[in-house]
Design a protein around this ligand. Structure first.
Ligand SMILES: Nc1ncnc2c1ncn2[C@@H]1O[C@H](COP(=O)(O)OP(=O)(O)OP(=O)(O)O)[C@@H](O)[C@H]1O
Length: 250
């Protein structure tokens, strides 16, 4: 049986008394590609931050790679791309290539020397994300979409076992977005990279993810996208029109 890379039990979290997560329990097994969806303000980013230990839950537990999160130390196994990327100061002193290379540092012990294979990993990732031609440009001088590609490249260059991404495609043009989803699918299928992706892009999640978690402070649905779209219980919960909007493939 494959390992649970993430497991939460009855996770509760509040901001200043306002409840955002209510007894959220779910598991992510090695090799899963999980899409987390839900309306604005439903707690998706809060859930991801709580999994990563950036928020302390009021109740419940998180385990990462089979260990209680407080004891987990192998953070290089996890690639994280937060939501709302901070826009870079135009004078931010790093080029695209340097930023991507930083993604390799987490997996190294001190002193953090270059290893054989690092250059190839950087080259491959720059090419996949379509940013090889802007590698010498300063990050702060790029468009939002170009910055997002570079940050995505940094998150994947170290080939983490678990990739957690919070709305990674919002600034990407349709072609890059599709390429990005294809890349994630490749990493998931061929390298067994486990993916957790928060998104409003339900069509893509329906197409690519193997599991679909609908959150609205609590877990409303956990299963495949097709099961979600065919579930009469979900039709009862959302109403036919809303369910159709979520499931509609453009
Ligand atoms: N740092 C914070 N302090 C106080 N309240 C917060 C904070 N961050 C989020 N919230 C509130 O918690 C709730 C859940 O926010 P969260 O960002 O987790 O939702 P989300 O599902 O990711 O939303 P979206 O789809 O809009 O990105 C919202 O009501 C939000 O206003």
């Amino acid at each position: 049986m494959s390992l649970d890379l993430v497991a939460t039990t009855e996770l509760c979290f509040s901001y200043n008394g306002a409840e955002v997560l209510d007894k959220v329990s779910f598991r992510v097994r090695q090799g899963d590609y999980l899409g987390i969806v839900g309306p604005n303000g439903s707690g998706k980013s809060t859930l991801v931050k709580t999994i990563l230990g950036l928020n302390r839950p009021a109740h419940g537990t998180v385990t990462l790679f089979g260990n209680p999160q407080e004891q987990f130390a192998d953070w290089q196994k996890i690639g994280y791309l937060p939501q709302r990327l901070k826009f870079f100061n135009p004078n931010f002193p790093a080029t695209v290539e340097e930023l991507v290379r930083l993604g390799l540092l987490a997996g190294k012990n001190f002193p953090k020397r270059r290893a054989r294979g690092d250059d190839a990993a950087v080259e491959e990732t720059l090419a996949i994300m379509g940013i090889a031609d802007i590698r010498k440009r300063l990050i702060g001088e790029l468009s939002g979409g170009q910055q997002q590609r570079a940050l995505l490249a940094r998150a994947i260059v170290g080939r983490p076992e678990l990739l957690i991404m919070d709305e990674p495609t919002t600034a990407l043009d349709p072609e890059t977005r599709e390429r990005f989803y294809e890349l994630l699918q490749l990493l998931n299928r061929e390298r067994n990279t486990t993916v957790i992706l928060v998104t409003h892009d339900t069509w893509s999640i329906g197409k690519y993810a193997t599991r679909f978690l609908y959150i609205d402070k609590r877990v409303v649905f956990d299963g495949t996208f097709d099961q979600f779209c065919q579930s009469e219980e979900m039709t009862g919960f959302f109403g036919e029109h809303a369910q159709h909007i979520i499931c509609h493939r453009h």
